[in-house]
Design a protein around this ligand. Structure first.
Ligand code: HPA
Ligand code: ZN
Length: 336
């Protein structure tokens, strides 16, 4: 592992907490909660992780969530991630969760939110990792279902800071969720959305103009639309790119075929993230490593990516400048 990648403080801005469920913990929770799994061992689970596109992954991902039932399960899941994040020098994490994947199995929304939130508080106390929780709506479900989910979550408003949009992109345009995003923004929640992963550039425009998204998750298909590229550059809209995910889900054939150099060359604010690390074979540092190696990135280019992560984070000015200073110190030491 490139030691600069390891040492650089960084922000993780695109991470689904359910996507951090490692097969070992899946087995432990299945046993604890008496949930039957269609696998005999964690190794067998890993062997089943061969995906042909986003949907083939989501089918397995939602299967995995079935072991999560109680607040303690959500706590354990988030705590395991925070330990990993600490090891990788993540200093700030913005974490998605999918309440509808659990409430449809009659898990109370309070258990989900409070379990994750308690772990995040411990992560702040123990490791000094600041964090934000982002409630994602499943776009394959209806706008009304999303609205009911938001209303059910509002009693716990203090535990989350933003809303997002994920799940099957094709055929589910962001505009389906215009009303619920307006309601969320009225509550002072920030907005982000997955768009342009498998879906067309038009979905990125809708995420920006209909949903008021201030950051786009993935967004890699923006290169097909020069006017959109101009908009993203001019407004400095960050793209949270997930290289290993994009290869596993066949958005690109290989890391070398990824369009990251094109996005960077166009002057966009790109960040490197892990998406669903337990399923895609790597956390944030492995993602940095993969692009660093494939594109022969210089230390200056790696710092720029880490700096972008702090620029794109939803933190106050004091926290942002503290994080940037930490990064600057590591960079200076590297130069000596
Ligand atoms: N894309 C869309 N929805 C998701 C993903 C993703 O990569 N991971 C978990 N939900
Ligand atoms: Zn994602």
């Amino acid at each position: 592992m490139n030691s600069l990648v390891k040492r650089m403080p960084k922000a993780e801005l695109h991470l689904h907490i359910e996507g951090t469920l490692e097969p070992e913990l899946m087995f432990e929770l299945a046993l604890r909660n008496r949930v039957a799994l269609p696998f005999k061992s964690p190794d067998e689970v890993r062997k089943a992780y061969k995906f042909s596109d986003l949907q083939s992954f989501l089918d397995i991902y939602y299967q995995g969530t079935r072991v999560l039932l109680h607040d303690r399960d959500f706590y354990d899941l988030a705590w395991a991630y925070l330990q990993k994040a600490h090891e990788q020098n993540v200093r700030h994490a913005e974490i998605f969760f999918d309440p509808q994947a659990h409430t449809e199995r009659d898990v109370p929304i309070q258990a989900i939110i409070e379990g994750i939130h308690d772990a995040l508080r411990c992560g702040e106390q123990r490791f000094g990792i600041s964090s934000r929780l982002i409630l994602c709506f499943l776009r394959h479900l209806s706008g009304d279902d999303a609205m009911r989910t938001l209303e059910a979550a509002l009693p716990y408003r203090n535990a989350f800071a933003g809303v997002g949009l994920d799940s099957s992109e094709r055929g589910h345009p962001p505009e389906k969720f215009t009303k619920v995003f307006a309601r969320a923004r009225e509550e002072g929640l920030f907005a982000v959305a997955h768009a342009g992963e498998e879906g067309p550039p038009e979905y990125v425009w809708q995420a920006l103009d209909r949903l008021g998204a201030s950051r786009i998750d993935h967004g890699v298909r923006c290169v097909e639309d020069p006017a959109l590229m101009d908009r993203l550059r001019t407004d400095r809209v960050p793209l949270t790119v997930c290289p290993l995910s994009n290869v596993k889900l066949r958005v690109f054939d290989s890391i070398r075929a990824h369009n990251l150099p094109h996005l960077l060359g166009a002057g966009l604010c790109v960040t490197i993230n892990s998406d669903d690390p337990a399923y895609f074979g790597g956390y944030i540092n492995e993602n940095f490593e993969a692009v660093g190696e494939a594109f022969d990135l210089t230390p200056v280019q790696l710092w720029a990516l880490a700096r972008n992560s702090f620029e794109a984070a939803f933190v106050d000015d004091a926290r942002r400048s503290a994080l940037l200073t930490e990064l600057e110190m590591v960079c200076q030491n590297n130069r000596r």
